[in-house]
Design a protein around this ligand. Structure first.
Ligand code: N01
Length: 538
């Protein structure tokens, strides 16, 4: 059944966002017999994988682990074709799940939520859309994604640019052909690093504007290994459980030794063997202290720099591509297919914006402090207002009309990353203060959706009307998130994890680093102790 465009005026629950999290939440709440709709700004379902259609877009969690676990038949039937899934393949998977479970009939597309206000008398949320529609519901569930509000470069002139420009996370559905064009890419995070090799194959000339170099590792992507598929499928339940108990949402052999207690040759061999695995966790999880000790981290960082110097022919370009100002892993590392190799082509140029800062976009290109680069097309791979951006874009008001924007002016505060005190019956799937972006997102999404569903069921069973975090529980959890973060090197680096990529944003680590398994255990303990830290009322 096609997605609907009509929003009723009353519901049991409104879910905002039709990506992996919103669709699963819909499935779960509908199974409780609740009247639920998902409201989605986009013209189709898919969330992140609907919007991020830029060339080369691909997940950097391996296909066999980047899928729902709630439908055991589906996980046996679905055939991934590559080691790492491409954006079109993930999107067709999401469509398949939606069709299989008839989810579309409860998704309202092309409808942007602008406000959600809580009414204390009725204990209902009123959710308003851009078109002025209003729906009231007992529960309001934000499934808005952690990386869904695009960030543009903070330089003037984009409106003057006469060529075509695109943001990686809002790419035309029809695709873009850069054949014969002079192209500029601004930004070298995961999106830029994936797009650059593909754009370089089409363009006549490509200029990459880099402000901070990233650590990137090769995917060694290719057709999926069918023996591995058969093995995983034969023990999927066990593997899913291990993922839920793991640190990052994919089970790995945990490191046991410090990088500093190992002989340098042996350490190099270990890094080399892990580099060849073509994944994010191999090198990063080689030793216990890589994310906690600068000296240990430097051994891995220098190993990756060595690889960059080996791959890139021009020593000057190689040095510019080598990250030297922050610890490996503390800014989201990337996985790529041929990124560094791209700079060996004569028609590709790297501009180091630390040497010659970006000044403006002109009508015909990009001007740095040094000169103007004339281009036909401009690609902004400048990232997102992460974690809080999408929530604060909505005018959310809780008890006493308190705006969430006001409550969070010094940074996000929630209990377990799931609910801010003073905002009863409002839940944030993979919200700030949960492992979210520091994990395999689907594992964290499923945990949150299942936990929220259990709580809603519990409340219906007991005929309870409201649930909300206590101020004390919220404060203790928020302090705990910060303390755990402070034991690592993450807070030392300017990254979007820290909100540092958006001028004026409070600087603090927004994701929980305690690990997916321990976090899940904590959530389960809270539930088992009659939702300790939450106030439930009839
Ligand atoms: O965004 P980013 P992204 N002038 O913020 C630069 C996930 N993801 O879209 O580092 C000049 O990482 C900015 O420079 P700097 C993944 O979690 C996953 O690439 O701030 N440059 C940086 O180089 C990822 O981490 C996948 O100094 C400016 C770049 O733009 C997250 O999404 C694929 C600038 C932004 O990089 C975000 O990735 C894609 C300015 N004014 C994304 N402003 C996979 O699964 C920003 N920049 C593989």
């Amino acid at each position: 059944m096609p997605a609907t465009r009509k929003l009723p005026t009353e519901l049991d629950a409104v879910i905002v966002g039709a990506g992996f999290s919103g669709l699963y939440q819909l499935y779960k709440l509908r199974n409780l017999g609740m009247h639920v709709k998902v409201v989605e700004a986009g013209s189709d379902i898919g969330g992140t994988w609907y919007w991020n259609r830029y060339p080369g877009a691909r997940c950097d969690v391996e296909s066999m682990h980047y899928s729902y676990s709630f439908d055991p038949e589906l996980e046996q039937e679905w055939e991934w074709t590559e080691k790492y899934p491409s954006q079109p393949e993930i999107l067709s998977y999401i469509h398949h799940v939606a069709d299989r479970h008839d989810l579309r009939r409860d998704v309202v597309l092309d409808t942007k939520v602008t406000a959600a206000h809580y009414d204390e008398d009725s204990a209902l949320w009123t959710v308003r859309t851009e078109a002025g529609e209003e729906v009231s519901a007992r529960y309001c569930i934000m499934a808005v994604g952690c990386l869904s509000v695009p960030k543009k470069p903070e330089v003037p002139g984009l409106e003057r640019f006469r060529g075509d420009w695109y943001h990686t996370c809002d790419w035309p559905e029809s695709g873009v052909d850069f054949t014969g064009k002079r192209v500029a890419v601004i930004g070298t995070g995961s999106s830029g690093i994936q797009a650059v090799p593909i754009i370089a194959k089409q363009a006549d000339a490509l200029t990459v504007f880099q402000r901070t170099p990233n650590f990137s590792l090769p995917t060694f992507n290719g057709p999926i290994d069918q023996d591995m598929v058969a093995d995983i499928k034969s023990r999927y339940r066990e593997i899913r459980e291990e993922s839920r108990q793991s640190g990052f949402g994919v089970a790995i052999e945990p490191p046991t030794r410090s990088a500093l207690e190992v002989d340098p040759d042996e350490r190099h061999r270990n890094y080399e063997e892990r580099w060849q695995r073509g994944n994010l966790t191999g090198v990063l999880q080689a030793y216990t202290d890589l994310l906690a000790d600068e000296e240990a981290n430097e051994t891995a960082a220098e190993f990756v720099r060595g690889k960059i110097r080996e791959i890139v022919d021009d020593p000057e370009t190689a040095e510019k591509l080598c990250p030297k100002t922050y610890a490996f892993g503390t800014k989201r590392p990337c996985l790529d297919t041929g990124y560094y190799e791209t700079f060996n082509s004569d028609h590709v140029e790297l501009v180091d914006l630390r040497e010659t800062p970006l000044v403006e976009i002109t009508d015909s290109g990009v001007r740095t402090s040094d000169r103007e680069y004339e281009v036909d097309s401009l690609v902004l791979a400048t990232g997102f207002d992460a974690m809080t951006g999408a929530l604060l874009n909505i005018d959310i008001r809780g008890r006493g009309g308190q705006p969430l924007r006001e409550k969070w002016q010094d940074g996000p505060a929630l209990y377990l990353g799931l609910n801010p005190a003073g905002f009863p019956n409002l839940f944030t799937i993979t919200g700030p203060g949960s492992p979210s972006v520091l994990s395999n997102m689907i594992v964290s999404i499923e945990q949150h959706v299942e936990w929220i569903t259990d709580l809603v069921e519990h409340m219906r069973h007991r005929e309870l009307r409201t649930v909300e975090a206590t101020e004390t529980a919220e404060k203790e959890w928020t302090d705990h998130v910060r303390e755990v973060g402070d034991m690592t090197l993450y807070p030392q680096t300017d990254s979007w994890y820290m909100g540092a990529n958006v001028p004026g944003k409070p600087r603090l680590l927004m994701a929980y680093l305690g690990g997916v398994g321990p976090y899940w255990q904590k959530c389960q303990e809270v539930a088992a102790n009659d939702y300790e830290g939450f106030a439930l009322s009839a």
